[in-house]
Write a protein that binds this ligand. Structure first.
Ligand code: UN1
Length: 487
């Protein structure tokens, strides 16, 4: 298990179920294309059905008792071996990710490295306390807590972080003794199947991790309905997330949702404007703004508004937009034509509601779905762009006078995922930490990005249920049991 063996070659169009590469019961496949070169195929993948979901859940259920009974440290060794296997194929994974969903290579390399680190962090949990010991009030005898796995868990994952998000869900699920059915995003099957290959190479016992490709409306829905699935972790859109929650909670399941964001960045007059500019650029435009943590609203204090705007526009001028497989490129394509059209429509709507485009606003490649980094100003606080998540490289500048005003406007949306302030003032920084309505708060750093060993998640409409990552992951992936022992 610790020694790397050759990966079983993954036949095209297969799922990974019960330790085998199996075709979909439907026999049908779909073609995934490259968003930078839409005429180019990245591969054929299973159009999985309810029957495939059923088989995967059955395999996970069969594998559960033995997996749950293994010592934590033994489970950890499999995760460590899978991390090594991901690292060994990291460059290939990064390139495949870029080809299938368009995230620039410089970011897909970082994301792949992060996935391996997440597995190693989860493995380290084997050496943390497994419960707490108390004395019973009446007798002084032992009463203690321990944590147990929940059972079969379904993970429904998005295309925008095709390796980090599946891994940050499955790593804590597995280390704590659960078995998993992972539904990969329709737009990012190739990256996710590398995860299955890494675990196959690590010789994970069959059925502990099962990986399916296909439509959420078919496979995801079947997993949500299946009574053997005890818990569901979902990252994606608000509308789908809410229907997953409603359906699953009716069946008495545990649910965790990571949804959208509409993340503000406040730039105070005393801020280091160069750093704030870099953070605004990266937060709004890296991954072409296709992150739920991306910077959607930038509030700039009156005194520095014009200077900051000039700096941001100059940074956009210097920015490198285009083919994401070029390691210099910072902003690549939108994931598919439908999303591209939605963003272009939102830009049009922003204009028709009175906003002015001061940068971008148009297509930036004849073939690829690239949109030039787009900045609006004079957008009203109740306009579409100020309230609804547009999942692309679009951000708006707003002018403010006082911190009171900035806080109120920054908090004035339904979402609460991430929020950032740039300031050198302790007072403003402290107030922001206390009052920003977000699950992730950044003082002098960009809204996107997440350390692997601390909780990640939103408040308000950005999430539901316990947060992910760090020790917070225990809350979702285990049950607490309290044990009274009298001699
Ligand atoms: C990050 O900002 O690096 O889907 C992570 C998303 C978030 C993850 C963001 N759930 O964009």
């Amino acid at each position: 298990m610790t020694e790397l063996v050759d990966a079983p070659a993954r036949p095209a169009g297969r799922n990974y179920v019960g330790g085998e590469w199996v075709p979909s019961a439907s026999g049908e496949t779909y073609t995934k294309t490259n968003p930078m070169r839409p005429s180019e195929s990245v591969g054929e993948f299973s159009s999985s059905t309810e029957a495939d979901a059923d088989a995967a859940v059955a395999a996970a259920e069969r594998a559960f008792p033995e997996w749950a009974a293994l010592p934590l440290a033994t489970r950890a060794a499999y995760l460590g071996a899978a991390a090594a296997s991901l690292e060994a194929r990291a460059e290939q994974i990064a390139r495949d990710m870029t080809a299938e969903m368009g995230k620039p290579l410089r970011e897909t390399r970082m994301e792949t490295a992060r996935a391996a680190q997440i597995l190693r962090y989860a493995a380290s949990q084997a050496y943390y306390p497994v419960g707490e010991r108390f004395e019973q009030a009446a007798t002084g005898s032992d009463v203690s807590t321990c944590r147990r796995p929940v059972g079969v868990i379904a993970l429904i994952t998005p295309w925008n972080f095709p390796i980090a998000i599946p891994v940050w869900k499955l790593a804590p699920a597995l280390i704590h003794g659960n078995t998993v059915v992972l539904k990969l995003a329709y737009e990012a099957p190739l990256t996710g199947l590398h995860i299955a290959e890494a675990f196959a190479e690590a010789e994970l016992p069959p059925g502990v991790l099962n990986v399916l490709t296909g439509r959420g409306s078919t496979v995801g829905a079947a997993l949500v309905r299946d009574r053997r699935v005890r818990a569901i972790s979902f990252t994606g859109s608000v509308a789908t997330g809410h229907s997953v929650r409603d359906e699953a909670t009716k069946l008495g399941k545990r649910v965790q949702l990571e949804l959208g964001g509409h993340n503000p960045l406040i730039v105070m007059a005393d801020a280091d404007l160069d750093r704030a500019t870099e953070a605004a650029y990266a937060g709004a435009f890296w991954s072409a703004g296709q992150k739920c943590t991306a910077t959607r609203r930038i509030y700039v204090q009156d005194e520095v508004y014009e200077t900051f705007k000039e700096k941001l526009l100059a940074r956009i001028e210097r920015g490198k937009v285009g083919d994401p497989s070029d390691p210099e490129i910072e902003v690549g394509p939108i994931v598919n034509e439908k999303q591209f059209e939605e963003i272009m429509d939102a830009i049009q709507r922003g204009r028709s509601e009175g906003g002015q485009v001061v940068a971008g606003g148009e297509r930036a490649d004849d073939e690829g779905y690239v949109i030039a980094p787009t900045v609006f100003e004079n957008v009203r606080d109740d306009a579409f762009l100020s309230c609804e998540e547009v999942f692309g490289p679009v951000t708006s500048l707003y002018r403010f006078a006082t911190l009171d005003e900035a806080m109120e406007r920054a908090n004035g949306v339904e979402f609460g995922l991430s929020a950032a302030i740039f300031t050198t003032g302790l007072g403003a920084a402290t107030r922001f930490q206390n009052e920003a309505q977000a699950g992730l708060i950044h003082v002098n750093s960009q809204t996107a990005g997440a350390d692997i060993h601390v909780p990640f998640g939103g408040i308000k409409n950005s999430g539901f249920g316990p947060h992910e990552q760090g020790r917070a992951a225990l809350e979702f992936y285990t049950d607490v049991v309290t044990v009274y022992v009298d001699a």
